[in-house]
Design a protein around this ligand. Structure first.
Ligand code: NAG
Ligand code: NAG
Length: 326
């Protein structure tokens, strides 16, 4: 079973300290919706692929919330979702939100937009995005966006404070930790005149692009201008940052062990040579009885359902998701 072998290899390339998983998971099924799915409370997508039908992607043309796949109300959360190419604006968070293990296979205008108010924090935990011709995350609200253990590939910027929004301002704070980013630009673009900050730690960008500083403007008052790049000691803070992303590591390429929550006695692993390692492939979490259908979830942090596959084998995908695969 070729796909399983690929999976196991990719698992071995997972970085350290719970850092980003750099392999896109297999979707467990398909869902196409004519309107955005509005989420208040928490939504677990079971790793199904979500698209809009008809397709709402219009490239970089400015669309709005109506073109999104998901709209998340303040305090809501989305986990274990694959977002396909046939949607315009990914996820719109109207307030603070938490996006865990969400994968964007082909970003259209952007992957997610954060609109929460000052004093609130939104979280992106795990997951990944690719094919973003401009931004992955658009930060239009205030407060803080924290991005942890996320993977970006073939993108423009990972996150950008709005350059020229109506009633633009700040401050907006970005925290980036354990992120792996390849074939793209900076991890964050911030407006220093609005008091924005960006703190990057334990991350890699394969051309060393960390932070761009801009002067933000209010819509109608010209365009936002770039005024500098890299850490400056007052708005961009960068620690444990590397250009070496090849190991899949989020900033510590020499370490070869990985923390897991597996209950088995941990065995030594080597990220270089092994195609199968017990710590990488041992599903975590879960305790319920019953069985899991093919492509269903069978493990992951926070998962409490059954772990026994009715068909196939339970394979570790990442910290938050293990899946029954043939
Ligand atoms: C508009 O731009 C001018 C010149 O760049 C600047 O002095 C002024 O503060 C800006 N006003 C707003 C509301 O952004
Ligand atoms: C940088 O890496 C070292 C060694 O892994 C770690 O002890 C330290 O906490 C890291 N710094 C930050 C800001 O995460």
């Amino acid at each position: 079973m070729k796909c399983v072998v690929i999976f196991a290899l990719a698992g071995a390339a997972i970085g350290v300290n719970g850092a980003a998983t750099t392999t896109f998971p297999q979707a467990s099924g398909e869902t196409a919706l004519p309107t955005p799915l509005v989420v208040s409370g928490s939504f677990d997508g079971g790793m199904k692929r979500y698209n809009r039908f008809p397709d709402t992607c219009q490239g970089q043309k400015e669309t709005d919330e109506a073109a999104a796949m998901f709209i998340v109300e303040d305090g809501g959360s989305i986990s274990n979702v694959v977002i396909g190419a046939a949607q315009g604006e990914g996820i719109h968070c109207r307030g603070a939100c938490t996006l865990t293990n969400v994968w964007w296979e082909k970003v259209c205008e952007d992957a997610a937009t954060f609109k929460q108010s000052a004093g609130k924090t939104s979280y992106v935990i795990g997951g990944g995005a690719r094919g973003a011709s401009d931004k992955v995350f658009q930060f239009n609200g205030r407060g803080t966006v924290s991005i942890k253990d996320f993977y970006a590939e073939d993108y423009g910027k990972v996150i950008r404070s709005c350059g020229d929004c109506t009633a633009n301002g700040g401050p907006r704070h970005v925290i980036i930790d354990g992120v792996v980013a390849k074939d793209g630009g900076v991890l964050c673009g911030i407006n220093t005149n609005f008091g924005d900050t960006c703190r990057i730690s334990n991350s890699c960008q394969d051309s060393g692009k960390s932070c761009d500083r801009y002067t933000g403007v209010v819509k109608g008052n010209g365009s936002s201008k770039k005024i500098g790049s890299g850490p400056d000691g007052s708005s961009c803070f960068v620690t444990n940052f590397t250009e070496t992303c090849s190991s899949g590591s989020g900033g510590n390429p020499t370490t070869t062990t990985r923390k897991t929550t597996t209950t088995k006695t941990s065995t030594k692993t080597s990220t270089k040579t092994s195609t199968k390692t017990s710590t990488q492939s041992t599903p975590t979490g879960g305790s319920g009885s019953g069985t899991v259908p093919l492509y269903g979830q069978c493990g992951g942090n926070g998962y409490n359902g059954p772990t026994k596959c009715a068909q196939g084998t339970c394979k570790f995908s990442n910290e938050w998701y293990s899946q029954c695969l043939p």
